[in-house]
Design a binder for this molecule. Sequence first.
Ligand SMILES: C[S@@+](CC[C@H](N)C(=O)[O-])C[C@H]1O[C@@H](n2cnc3c(N)ncnc32)[C@H](O)[C@@H]1O
Length: 200
Amino acid sequence: MPQNLFNQKQKLFDLWAPSYDWLLPSVFYQAVHQRLLEYIQLSEHPDVLDLGCGTGRLLRRLAAQFPTLQGTGLDLSPEMLHQAQNRNDCPRLTFVQGNAESLPFAEAQFEAAFSTFSFLHYPHPEQVLSEVSRVLKPSGRFYLVDFTVGALSQQSQVKLPGAIQFYSREARKRLGEAVGLRCYNHYHLLGPVLLTIFEK
Ligand SMILES: C[S@@+](CC[C@H](N)C(=O)[O-])C[C@H]1O[C@@H](n2cnc3c(N)ncnc32)[C@H](O)[C@@H]1O
């Protein structure tokens, strides 16, 4: 069943990829990326990972903002990666296909990891967080950006059709702490979009 789900998600994003950057949701996502920049702290020579990188917009923005940054984008969808590679003119960025549940990277490889509007698609969030914790260096940070549970809901986790899940602040904190990621803070970026910063 999960493999079936990943195949369905991959097909959906493969179809969306060619027009992804020009559709309204992406315009909103880009405004969120811009806001996210205000909260990022990196060293002089950072090596960062973007999970569910899509067409690579966030990584290109980060590479422009941090001129020595090395970035890796990982995504399930080959078509999203095709778009990312076609639009990328920065040799410091690389894009690889993979599943966030099983990262093809070494232990303690990255100083920071990002996930914008992708975590909601992960059927096993605890497994993804455990992988993020493994590939982060000690004191490394994970910037999780996604829609959060609305003010009207008392639930800590809301499941929507299409295997989409939103998490409250408390649920994010609990999931992170279970795999050794301390919840540093939460910030509202735009509308219902919440940034949670975890530290290893
Ligand atoms: C809505 S897009 C967000 C793209 C980009 N992060 C942004 O901010 O515009 C969600 C992305 O997550 C990817 N994705 C979904 N499930 C994934 C998984 N299990 N592993 C890796 N990527 C995944 C999709 O292929 C898609 O490119």
